[in-house]
Design a protein around this ligand. Structure first.
Ligand code: PEP
Length: 256
C-alpha cells in the first residue's frame, strides 16, 4: 500500500519568528510512522530557521521552487544544490501560482524537475486545470498534457522519484475543494497515464497528492479515495492545529 504524504505549502507567508513557531508546533506533534510522511515548505528565507526548528523531528523540509541551473549568473534565483545544502528533501515544482502568475511554461517546469532530480531532491510536481478548462470538459486533456511534458524523457528510475499533486486551479485558495469523486477521477487518470508511459508497478507506487482547499473538515473524505495518497495544503497549513488535524485524518485513513 502507498504511504500517505501530507505537505504544507506556506507560500509567501509568515515572518521568520512565526515560521519557526509554526514549524516547532507541527514538529512537536508529528510522530514517527512508516506509512505517513509530513513535510513543510516555508518561504526560501526561512528554510534554515524552519530546518533548525524541525531538526530531529519526523517532519521533512521542502522548498516551494528552484531554478533549473545549479549555479551561476542568475540573479535572484535559488538552486537545487542550495536547497539540499539547507536540508530540503522535497521541492514543489510547477505550482499553479508559478504557472499562471509567474509565467512558468511546461518546458521550464520540465527543466526544474530535471534539476531537482539531479541533486536528489524529490519534486512534488503540480498539475491541474483552470475553471474554464474544467467547464469545457478539458480537465483530463490538460492534466495529461502537463504530466506528459513533465515526464518527457525521464527514465523509469527518474519518474519513480516523483511525487505528483493534482491541484485544480479553481480550488486553490478559494475554499471550494474538488469533491472526492472529482479528485479520484483525475488521480486514477494520472495513474493510468503513468502505467501507459512506464508500467503498472511504477504507477502503483507513485504518490499522488490532492491540493485545493484541503482542511480538517474535508480531509478524511478526500484521503479515503483509493487513488488520493495525500494532500498538498496551502492556507490550512498556516495554522498548526488545522494542519495537524489533516495529518490526523491521514493517520485515520491509514489505520482503517
Ligand atoms: C496550494 O497552495 O497548493 C493549495 C492547495 O492551497 P490551498 O490549500 O490554500 O487551496
Amino acid at each position: 500500500m502507498r504511504p500517505k504524504f501530507i505537505a504544507g505549502n506556506w507560500k509567501m507567508n509568515t515572518t521568520r519568528v512565526e515560521a519557526a513557531q509554526l514549524a516547532s508546533a507541527v514538529a512537536s506533534r508529528v510522530a514517527e510512522h512508516d506509512r505517513l510522511t509530513v513535510a513543510v515548505c516555508p518561504p526560501f528565507p526561512y528554510l534554515e530557521a524552519v530546518g533548525n526548528a524541525i531538526e530531529g523531528s519526523k517532519v521533512a523540509l521542502g522548498a516551494q521552487n528552484l531554478y533549473s541551473e545549479p549555479s551561476g549568473a542568475y540573479t535572484g534565483e535559488v538552486s537545487g544544490p542550495m536547497l539540499v545544502d539547507l536540508g530540503c528533501r522535497f521541492c514543489i515544482v510547477g505550482h499553479s501560482e508559478r504557472r499562471h502568475i509567474l509565467g512558468e511554461t511546461d518546458a521550464i517546469i520540465h527543466r526544474k524537475i530535471k534539476a531537482a532530480l539531479a541533486v536528489g531532491l524529490i519534486p512534488i510536481v503540480c498539475v491541474g486545470e483552470l475553471l474554464p478548462e474544467r467547464d469545457a470538459g478539458q480537465t483530463m486533456d490538460v492534466v495529461a498534457s502537463q504530466l506528459s511534458s513533465a515526464i518527457a524523457g525521464l527514465s523509469e528510475a527518474e519518474a519513480g522519484q516523483l511525487v505528483l499533486a493534482y491541484e485544480p486551479v479553481w480550488a486553490i485558495g478559494t475554499g471550494r475543494n474538488a469533491t472526492p469523486e472529482q479528485a479520484e477521477e483525475v488521480h486514477s487518470h494520472i495513474r493510468k497515464i503513468l502505467a501507459d508511459r512506464y508500467n503498472a508497478i511504477l504507477a502503483g507506487k507513485t504518490v499522488i497528492q490532492y491540493g485545493g482547499s484541503v482542511k480538517a473538515a474535508n480531509a478524511d473524505s478526500l484521503l479515503l479515495q483509493p487513488n488520493v495518497d495525500g494532500a498538498l495544503v496551502g492556507g490550512a497549513s498556516l495554522q498548526a492545529d488545522e494542519f495537524l488535524a489533516i495529518v490526523a485524518a491521514g493517520l485515520r485513513v491509514i489505520n482503517r
